[in-house]
Design a protein. Structure first.
Length: 150
């Protein structure tokens, strides 16, 4: 692949190499297979800005999997299954929309938030939250959700 090495600043054929990188996530070492560009002349390694590899995101994903944390796709799928916006689900949980958005985009939830989220993902608990916080969900949506579960 032709690229400009940021170290020797000359256009040249750049090798793409994969190697295991270690990332410290909450005090735990997580290994992630990462691909880097390597200049065969100056031997510099650098990231290809075009490949879009989310190194930290992969480490967080692995950490979450190891510790049984709710994964971003699970959160999004749950919310969409019940037709909830991030704002609505956030209100039901007593969170800010920014918090839920961060979790849906890969941030690691703390233990308390993860437990709350898992509990809310149970349909009976979700309906209980809706009944206890009716202002969190628009009336028509609330009625539709509640009648499905009653």
């Amino acid at each position: 692949m032709k690229n400009i090495c940021p170290y020797c600043e000359t256009p040249r054929e750049i090798d793409v190499v994969e190697k295991i990188e270690k990332v410290n996530v909450r005090g735990e070492s997580i290994e992630v297979l990462a691909s880097h560009c390597h200049c065969p002349v100056c031997r510099g390694d650098f990231e290809d800005p075009k490949n879009g590899f989310d190194f930290l995101g992969k480490a967080y994903e692995e950490y979450g999997r190891r510790h049984g944390l709710t994964q971003p796709p699970e959160i999004k799928a749950f919310r969409k299954r019940y037709g909830q916006t991030q704002g609505e689900l956030s209100k039901l949980l007593g969170w800010t929309p920014v918090t839920l958005n961060r979790y849906e985009n890969g941030a690691l939830p703390d233990e308390v938030h993860d437990k709350m989220l898992r509990l809310a993902m149970n349909p009976e608990n979700l309906m209980r939250l809706i009944k206890e916080n009716p202002e969190a969900v628009p009336e028509r949506k609330r009625e539709r959700l509640l009648e499905v579960r009653d």
